[in-house]
Design a protein around this ligand. Structure first.
Ligand SMILES: Cc1cc2nc3c(=O)[nH]c(=O)nc-3n(C[C@H](O)[C@H](O)[C@H](O)COP(=O)(O)O)c2cc1C
Length: 195
């Protein structure tokens, strides 16, 4: 028996809603492949740079994604030079890829960063407690820090305001690729595009 076609098949609006549903689920769901997307940015020389991050927040209404990082990292330096970023998500079981383009804003010592820090577990805070910043050359691989709370001065919340989302669903009956673009006023243009 053929597997049932999902409700989003052949439906632009439903495909976007499914993308948003998967992003919302990925924030709390550590088993979702969308929980750990790849972030593309430009480094401080303008060269492309990719890395895995943990998706910490998604606001469908505001079209915003959030992740956390060490403000001493190369990615933080690159984003400060050029805020254009893209996030890549792929779920092999669902055969769905998302590419989300936007502009990243670094939040260091403001209310957004404070709320993100407050919402972080102690084990996550530990990442920022190392005396050497992410990317620094060290004599030996450092042991895990003992006190998570001293990491706050190194912590940054990064919020990505996105204006473009590309959906790709691989299906035996025909791959479906769609592009969603919001203009500055928030008006959406949605198109099917050739896969
Ligand atoms: C599963 C996984 C999750 C990660 N999550 C984060 C994260 O949320 N934030 C972060 O800055 N780095 C995270 N990293 C580490 C980055 O991939 C990267 O190695 C590090 O941040 C240095 O990147 P940069 O030199 O581009 O700044 C994660 C790595 C893995 C493998």
């Amino acid at each position: 028996m053929k597997p049932a076609r999902p409700a989003f098949a052949d439906d632009l609006n439903a495909s976007l809603q499914e993308a948003f549903r998967l992003l919302a689920d990925a924030v709390p769901n550590r088993r979702s492949p969308f929980h750990t997307p790849t972030l593309a940015s430009l480094d401080d020389t303008g060269a492309p740079s990719l890395r895995t991050i943990v998706l910490r927040g998604f606001d469908a209404e505001a079209r915003r994604l959030r992740f956390h990082t060490d403000r001493r990292s190369d990615k933080a330096r690159g984003i400060a030079c050029d805020p254009r970023v893209m996030m890549h998500f792929y779920d092999a079981a669902l055969h769905i890829q998302l590419r989300v383009a936007g502009r990243a804003m670094l939040h260091l010592d403001d209310a957004v960063a404070d709320a993100a820090w407050e919402g972080s577990r102690s084990s996550s805070r530990m990442c920022y407690a190392a005396p050497d910043g992410s990317g620094a050359i060290v004599q030996i691989p450092p042991a895990a820090p003992q006190h998570s709370e001293i990491g706050r001065p190194h912590f940054a919340a990064v919020v990505i305001a996105f204006h473009k989302l590309e959906w790709l669903w691989l299906a035996a009956a025909g791959h479906q690729r769609a592009r969603f673009i919001w203009d500055d006023a928030g008006n959406l243009t949605a198109d099917w595009i050739a896969p």
